[in-house]
Design a protein around this ligand. Structure first.
Ligand code: SF4
Length: 340
């Protein structure tokens, strides 16, 4: 059976083999009203609903686990149709929520500071599995304003390119959830060949997980750097066709005594020359068995001060959901707490 949530407007129209406006109606039921039962598509003739139901379903994952942290951050583990588990995080902001979603089950990139990497790569998520991580909280908490979407959970989004692009297009579609592309951010470890088309395909924000400004150090932390080295990555960021008022987010996980010293800050300033960006510093949250420690608070502040003094916009990312392992780089589908 086809899952309708895996289909874009064109594929829906082809599937139902009816007049194009019927495809739009189905699209709106799925992505604007977010129903989960074809029989509820009340403006479609009964015969058409039955014909769709004979070929397709609207299938959402089930909630395998739901945790709420003391700071009200929520983590959901979803069980997919084949039994695989993925995780998403709801992050409370002052007057809205951010949803951090996964793009793959596990990840092949092997970043040494990342808990997801421990899982290895299992498979790509379908467009519907990506979208469900946004729609399920929207259905569960209709009173909440879910305004920002970050594709920063498990997986490397640009290695599941077509499905991520399809999901982002649906999320920003006026006849769907209509989330502004300014409020959707895709985070990559630096898959250079995809950076040439990402802006044109999505108009979404770009975040790059950098974590070191020296080539050899970055390769030691992030094996992908051997394939797509730092100088080429930075050049791709300089060439990234952002409109004037938008900036790339540089994510930098500070690892105690590893990449948090004055020489690292200096190298970062140097390498980011000419990249229109803001910098997010993320003090490492050690997960059980992690080969790194958290940075000293003074080192974090000194790192930030060095960048600020050189006119960088730089934030220290506030730690969220630490007590439920929902913080950055800690999503592992329960691998670290015996759930999966
Ligand atoms: S940091 Fe991102 S790209 Fe690296 S292993 Fe973790 S999920 Fe994959």
């Amino acid at each position: 059976m086809i899952n309708l949530l895996d289909l874009d407007r064109e594929a829906i129209t082809t599937l139902i083999a009816d007049k194009p406006y019927r495809g739009n109606q189905v699209f709106q039921w799925l992505y604007q009203k977010r129903i989960d039962d074809i029989a509820r598509m009340s403006n479609l003739p009964k015969e058409l609903r039955e014909r769709i139901a004979s070929q397709a379903v609207i299938a959402y994952p089930s909630v395998a686990r739901h945790q709420v942290a003391s700071d009200t951050t929520e983590k959901f583990a979803y069980r997919l149709a084949d039994g695989q588990i993925i995780e998403s995080v709801l992050i409370p902001e002052e007057d809205h929520w951010t949803i951090c979603i996964s793009s793959q089950v596990g990840c092949a990139m092997g970043c040494r500071f990342c808990c997801t990497a421990q899982l290895g790569f299992r498979r790509n998520l379908t467009p519907g599995e990506i979208l469900a991580q946004v729609f399920m909280p929207m259905r569960r908490y209709p009173e909440r304003l879910f305004r920002n979407i970050v594709v920063m959970g498990m997986g490397e989004p640009l290695l599941n390119y077509a499905n991520v692009v399809q999901a982002v297009r649906i999320l920003s579609d006026e006849q769907g959830p209509d989330i502004s592309t300014r409020r959707i951010t895709i985070s990559t470890c630096g898959i250079i060949p995809r950076l040439g088309s990402l802006w044109g395909d999505t108009r979404a924000g770009l975040a790059v997980s950098l974590n070191a400004a020296m080539d050899a150090k970055r390769t030691a932390l992030m094996p992908i750097n051997a394939k797509y080295p730092l100088p080429q990555l930075i050049q791709a960021l300089r060439d990234y066709p952002l409109p004037p008022r938008r900036r790339i987010t540089i994510e930098y996980v500070l690892l105690g005594g590893v990449n948090d010293g004055p020489a690292d800050a200096k190298a970062l300033v140097k390498i980011l020359h000419g990249v229109r960006c803001k910098v997010n510093l993320i003090p490492f949250n050690p997960w059980p068995g992690a080969p790194f420690t958290a940075p000293e608070p003074e080192a974090v502040l000194a790192f930030q001060a060095y960048l600020k003094a050189r006119d960088f916009s730089v934030l220290i990312r506030r730690e969220r959901g630490r007590d439920i392992q929902a913080a950055c780089g800690q999503l592992a589908g329960g691998a670290s707490d015996g759930m999966g």
